[in-house]
Design a binder for this molecule. Structure first.
Ligand SMILES: [Zn+2]
Length: 134
């Protein structure tokens, strides 16, 4: 007698959808519940669909990607401004330092949310299939 151990079919998860929902700081599965309890602290589970969010392992990746994004914007802007206008150093300091701080603080939760969405879509770190995966 042959036993049929059919592989469990897992519902595919859209990477782009999960990234977008995470970027908007929403649950990667339902897109309704908030991921964060505050600025960067992640809710243990989604308040809407009850997806367990504590599995995420964003660790140092959000600051890494945020620094990369902000660095490209700021350095590109600095080089462009210097090439086009040759402003004095105080103009650079008063423009780029606050802009760096504002961009970093604004982008960090968005990047962290997107990375959590990425981990969920790729079934990483405990985000494999779950009973609540409908
Ligand atoms: Zn949810």
């Amino acid at each position: 007698m042959i036993e049929h151990d059919a592989p469990t079919e897992e519902k595919p998860r859209s990477l782009l959808s999960a990234l977008g929902r995470g970027w908007r700081r929403r649950c990667p599965r339902c897109g309704q519940g908030s991921i964060f309890d505050g600025y960067l602290k992640v809710h243990p589970r989604c308040g809407t669909c009850h997806l367990e969010l504590h599995h995420h392992r964003a660790d140092d990746a959000p600051p890494y990607f945020t620094i990369m994004i902000v660095g490209h914007i700021i350095i590109g802007g600095m080089l462009w401004l210097e090439t086009e206008a040759h402003p004095p150093a105080w103009v650079h300091m008063s423009l780029w330092l606050p802009l760096t701080l504002i961009l970093t603080l604004a982008l960090l939760p968005l990047v962290k949310g997107a990375l959590i969405g990425w981990q969920w879509a790729l079934r990483m770190h405990g985000f494999e299939s779950s009973a609540s995966d409908v």
